[in-house]
Design a protein around this ligand. Structure first.
Ligand code: EPU
Length: 419
């Protein structure tokens, strides 16, 4: 079992280039199923969820792989030969669910089981299924498998979401691209990754407008063609490294990012007392001491404060002067990192959706385990500011979303290694 060993107390200084976005790469890889020609994706992160998506594509009879020594993925779904995904592959990650909309769109049928992924509380797919039913899909459940068939092909529909779910919005877009007629999604999720998926699909010949806003229109087309595409930068990885710098101290230049995507997070670092300056695709970041507590943070859908940044921003606040409060509104069970943080000496009280953090003067290195992807990143963030050595196990969770986290952080001066 791999572990991260972190000797805390070293400041971060230097430059970090941001990887491509996990949550854009995964739906885009699923989207490649809709197209029978070559697709080249640049800036694709080398993370375990991307390898899981490749295994699903290969299982379906498509070609998928990184070009040697690069972040370039080449995909070809011309010879798709199957419309069923094994339970083992479905359980590897939550994003396996994107293949439902894409395979249905391409072949008119798809058999899957429920997706896996980080345990953040219940993560139902009822909204995905209800939307697909409106588009002409009949769904039969037997022995935990979902048999989905569009007997007369998929057709456009008006779909009004009761909550702007990211995955549901993307799955509908995937199913709608080759459907007969027009699909309109009301109360669509507005996350930047949705606009990235739409941009990719439009480059392949799809007709999608409004993505990034609350109403998305997809006019079905007969066929998609291949394209070359640059995956957007990972706004959550960017925020993670800023939180690491806030926690450890020091000065970082983040390159290859989109500062406009960080506007829901940067003001929080400024409240902590950090100095943030953005120019083009760079963020100049200076962490001042001591950090200050911040006004209550409520996680919300975009453009609110992202639930994905809650754990590591909380970790950075453990040593801030004063009291900070989080209200987690998106997932029921997203405070699993709190146990590890309190073991390091943090003072955190969790009551339902609310976590109250009283800043402490010191954190201590301990043995702990990543509870999930972002929670694991939170423990790394705190360990960088802790006295002594931390050992973080269950690194496979962190590897789902961060490309070589230990190499990135050690290149900026952290004392971190993987054993
Ligand atoms: N929900 C339902 N029914 C559904 C779908 C969602 O009740 O059919 C609920 C969920 O249970 C949850 C809420 O709606 O309480 C939000 O879920 P959403 O569908 O928006 O999230 P997701 O598509 O499962 C994506 C990201 C997550 C990120 C959330 C929220 C990807 C691959 N995953 O998940 O990313 O936390 O949106 O922004 O895009 C991560 O990167 O660590 C991560 C978990």
């Amino acid at each position: 079992m791999q572990k991260l060993i972190i000797n805390g107390g070293k400041k971060l200084n230097g430059e970090i280039r941001i990887q491509g976005a996990k949550n854009a790469a995964l739906p885009i890889m699923a989207a490649s199923v809709l197209c029978g020609e070559n697709i080249i994706l640049r800036n694709c992160p080398k993370i375990s969820d991307v390898y899981s998506a490749m295994r699903i594509l290969t299982y379906l009879g498509c070609k998928a792989g990184f070009e040697e020594g690069s972040g370039v993925v080449s995909l070809n779904a011309e010879s798709i030969s199957c419309s069923e995904i094994s339970d083992e592959l479905m359980r590897e990650m939550r994003s396996s669910i994107f293949f439902l909309g894409a395979v249905l769109g391409r072949t008119g049928r798809c058999r899957i089981t429920l997706p896996g992924g980080c345990d953040l509380g219940p993560r139902p797919i009822d909204m995905h299924l209800a939307a697909l039913r409106k588009m002409g899909v009949s769904i039969h459940e037997e022995y935990g498998a979902l048999d989905c068939v569009a007997e007369n092909g998929l057709h456009g529909a008006k779909i009004s979401l009761s909550f702007p779910s990211v995955g549901t919005t993307e799955n509908i877009m995937l199913a709608a691209v080759l459907a007969e007629g027009t699909t309109i999604i009301h109360n669509a999720a507005r996350e930047p990754e949705i606009a990235d998926l739409a941009e990719f699909l439009n480059r392949c010949g799809a007709k999608i407008s409004g993505a990034g806003g609350g109403k998305i229109t997809v006019s079905g087309v007969k066929k998609l063609h291949g394209c070359e595409y640059d995956i957007m930068p990972d706004r959550i990885a960017c925020a993670t490294y800023l939180a690491c710098a806030a926690s450890a101290g020091g000065e970082l230049v983040i390159t290859g990012c989109r500062p406009s995507d960080e506007e829901n997070i940067l003001p929080v670092f400024e409240q902590m007392g950090c100095i943030v300056h953005t120019v083009d695709d760079k963020i100049f970041f200076s962490a001042k001491r001591p950090l200050k507590a911040v006004a209550p943070i409520r996680t919300m859908v975009y453009p609110g404060f992202p639930t994905d940044a809650q754990a590591f921003v909380m970790a950075a606040l453990c040593k801030a002067k004063g009291t900070s409060v989080f209200v987690e509104n998106i997932f029921e069970n997203r405070y699993k990192h709190v146990g590890g943080l309190t073991r390091m000496g943090a003072d955190i009280l969790v009551e339902g959706k609310v976590a109250v953090i009283e800043g402490v003067n010191r954190l201590y290195g301990v043995k702990t385990e990543a509870p999930d992807l972002r929670g694991g990143a939170g423990l790394v963030t705190a360990a960088l500011a802790a006295e002594g050595t931390s050992e973080i196990s269950n690194v496979h969770y962190i590897d789902r979303g961060y490309e070589d986290i230990e190499k990135v952080l050690s290149s900026a001066g952290a004392d971190i290694k993987r054993i």
